[in-house]
Write a protein that binds this ligand. Structure first.
Ligand SMILES: Nc1ncnc2c1ncn2[C@@H]1O[C@H](COP(=O)(O)OP(=O)(O)O)[C@@H](O)[C@H]1O
Ligand SMILES: CC(=O)OP(=O)(O)O
Ligand SMILES: [Mg+2]
Length: 401
């Protein structure tokens, strides 16, 4: 029997998303999510698509990522889809920071593990969770190839003019300070899917991708290659996010330290976990923010307006970087679901050929779709991202070689 299945683990700071796929037809056999890891009310939701059984949910304390992955392995085993299956060809891991070194999916060995570990200071919310996923899966199946697919890989094509900060070159190089970019698996998948939606090859189109999830980033993709992206050395730069500030004057940090008396760690926590939408209005879920706006809540409205203002600035910036734009595409939790965000981000940009058709924008769905008016100069689209499918595809292609 040839092994054709790939298990994908997407470990976040407090969650694990996973999918088991059969790569003969890229069909999903099982998928699920463990969230609120480390809290008393952790939740595991597992859907065994292969057996046609309904979703199973479990709520209770799951202490850490290691425990979460063991719980996932147990759920899979209940459906005969456990990690001991001879049909499993590999495990694909989302690894957020790969530095400058990793431009391709990579089979994990001790040297690769050491490099992912070395990068923890520049992805403190993500790389430790990714490492736990790798170690736990390796312990369960030491014989199986474990493959890392890096968020940073798609962005390694950025020219130096976009990747370098304007700081002293020797200092920057000594500490590998440069712009790496993240969510690359999503930007790659979504930009390709957008070209397909337009009936073109990726090399024929220029696309601005807006990945708006809890973390959020924009990218400028020129003929299939990333030429700029909004996240930088770490996933803190750029857009306003659920809990992260995005762009600020770096001097805010000196000011908070010198005048505000805060420690570097306190400021790190402030900007990464207590800022963005949650810092501005107390909520990081766009559904809740829209509900509050409908009730006339001024703080929620201001948070929304700041979020949109930043997003609009990046759309304008990447329009200028690309010169010619074929499509602007929205993806991830907010981008796929929040019609008011899409409408507000493009409001008033008619002179750039950018507009949203209200009727099309209101339609919900899981398929890639256009939301610009018929005959628009620039296409505006909603394309659901599928990081897990992209990771599985890249993982399988690598282990089959
Ligand atoms: N129906 C919806 N309307 C508006 N926002 C939504 C909706 N569904 C999800 N979201 C937003 O999507 C976010 C999660 O996006 P997701 O891409 O899953 O993030 P991540 O992968 O970073 O955890 C939520 O915080 C919420 O703000
Ligand atoms: C890199 C990053 O921000 O990822 P996420 O959106 O999953 O937090
Ligand atoms: Mg995500």
């Amino acid at each position: 029997m040839t092994a054709t299945r790939v298990l994908v683990l997407n470990s976040g700071s407090s969650s694990v998303k996973y999918q088991l796929l059969d790569m003969r037809d890229s069909s999903r056999l099982a998928s699920g999510l463990v969230e609120r890891i480390g809290e008393q009310s952790s939740r595991l939701a597992h859907t065994p698509l292969a057996t046609g059984g309904g979703s199973r949910e479990w709520t209770g304390p799951i202490a850490d990522h290691d425990a979460a992955l063991k719980a996932v392995a147990e759920e899979l085993a209940k459906d005969g889809l456990g990690l001991d299956s001879p049909e499993l060809a590999a495990v694909g891991h989302r690894v957020v920071h790969g530095g400058k070194h990793f431009t391709e999916p990579t089979v994990i060995d001790d040297a690769v593990l050491a490099e992912i570990e070395r990068l923890i200071p520049v992805a403190p919310l993500h790389n430790p969770a990714n490492l736990t996923g790798i170690r736990t899966a390796t312990a369960l199946r030491p014989d199986l190839p474990q493959v890392a697919v890096f968020d940073t890989a798609f962005h390694t094509t950025m020219p130096e003019s976009a990747a370098r900060y304007a700081i002293d070159v020797e200092t920057a190089d000594a500490h590998r300070v440069r712009r790496y970019g993240f969510h690359g698996t999503s930007h790659a998948y979504v930009s390709r899917a957008t070209a397909k939606l337009l009936g073109k090859a990726p090399e024929e189109v220029n696309v601005i991708v807006l990945h708006l999830g809890n973390g959020a980033s924009a990218s400028a993709v020129e003929r299939g290659r990333c030429v700029d992206t909004s996240m930088g050395l770490t996933p803190l730069e750029g857009l306003v996010m659920g809990t992260r500030s995005g762009d600020t004057d770096p001097a805010v940090i000196f000011h908070l330290a010198r005048v505000g008396g805060m420690s570097i760690d306190e400021i790190d926590t402030l900007l990464n976990k207590k800022s963005g939408l949650v810092g501005l209005c107390g909520d990081n879920d766009m559904r809740e923010i829209r509900r509050r706006i409908d009730e006339g809540d001024a703080r929620a409205k201001l948070a929304f307006d700041i979020y949109i203002h930043r997003l609009k600035k990046y759309i304008g910036a990447y329009y200028a970087v690309l010169g010619h734009v074929d499509a602007v595409v929205f993806t991830a939790g907010v981008g796929e679901n929040a019609a008011p965000v899409r409408a507000a981000a493009l409001a008033g940009l008619d002179s750039l050929g950018l507009a949203v058709d209200a009727g099309r924008n209101a339609v919900r769905g899981d398929e890639p779709r256009l939301i610009s008016p018929a005959g628009a100069r620039v296409a505006v689209a909603v394309v659901p991202t599928d990081e897990e499918l992209e990771i599985a595809t890249q993982t399988y292609a690598l282990v089959r070689r």
